[in-house]
Design a protein around this ligand. Structure first.
Ligand SMILES: N[C@@H](CCC(=O)N[C@@H](CS)C(=O)NCC(=O)O)C(=O)O
Length: 257
């Protein structure tokens, strides 16, 4: 409705131009595109990194949306009805239905809006997607790290994380993954690095010891607006609580610090 009003307002301001003004036409295109854009509701959980990458994509592509946060320990029936995997994120697209799996959601959002968060060239795009997949693997290692029950498992995961970070160090350009432009792969690693804003408060586990480029990348991402706005204000407190309640080796370290 609002967007249609914008078109009408524009028509009043520039009545029947004989020679269509390109700026005017462009404004109309934008207004029409926005008017035709479906309404989006991202079903979310406040600590989920896969939700965060979808939010960062929504924000980077300037897409109006709502978010509904649910409690994963007590999943509502309406959520289970639309989420065959029982996992967040799910993107509800007005008139069309739900889409699930963060990679699919991000690619869809990228496709329906101008510009792209992927490189144009097919090989480069494929390479970015490969490292996105690797980023999801790092998230699994982080899960293993905070859930490890004893010192031996904990150190194994710590080593695994260090090695994975060193592999990424070898391929990044800096300050972002591929240089000065932000891509979808950056959104994924922003959510990986965010864990360490809390983990570093517990102790220095040396995960970034041999990765100077990653350190710069991490701090560049931490300062980016979409990344900052990708979580609620309570994120760090909630994540620390989540670690504390895990009854894991990391929980015992938190109790000591
Ligand atoms: N491959 C999925 C992973 C999503 C995922 O693991 N979500 C977690 C929260 S971070 C979840 O919903 N877990 C609930 C459950 O497994 O019951 C994606 O990329 O969307």
């Amino acid at each position: 409705m609002n967007q249609m009003k914008t078109v009408n307002e524009l028509n009043r301001t520039f009545p029947n131009p004989i020679f269509p003004n390109p700026i005017f036409l462009n404004l109309i295109n934008i207004a029409e595109r926005e008017a035709n854009m479906p309404q989006f509701n991202l079903i979310s959980f406040d600590l989920c990194p896969y939700v965060q990458r979808s939010i960062i994509t929504l924000l980077e592509k300037d897409i109006e949306h709502e978010r509904t946060y649910i409690d994963l320990k007590n999943k509502p029936d309406w959520f289970l009805d639309i989420s065959p995997t029982g996992k967040v994120p799910v993107l509800k697209v007005s008139d069309q239905g739900p889409v699930f799996e963060s990679a699919v959601i991000c690619e869809y959002l990228d496709e329906i809006t101008p510009g792209s968060l992927h490189p144009k060239a097919s090989f480069e795009k494929a390479r970015h997607r490969s490292w996105i997949e690797f980023g999801s693997g790092i998230l699994n290692s982080i899960g293993g790290f905070y859930s490890a029950l004893d010192l031996e498992q904990f150190q194994k995961k710590q080593q695994e994380l260090k090695q994975k970070m060193e592999r990424v160090e070898d391929v990044i350009v800096g300050p972002y993954f591929a240089g000065s432009d932000f891509h979808m792969v950056d959104a994924v690693y922003a959510t990986v690095f965010r864990y360490f804003n809390v983990i570093d408060r517990i102790s220095d586990f040396g995960i970034f010891e041999h990765t100077p480029k990653l350190k710069v990348w991490r701090s560049t991402l931490n300062q980016r607006k979409s990344v900052k706005e990708g979580v609620l204000d309570t994120y760090e407190t909630r994540l620390l609580e989540f670690f504390q309640n895990k009854n894991s080796y990391l929980s015992t370290l938190i109790a000591q610090y």
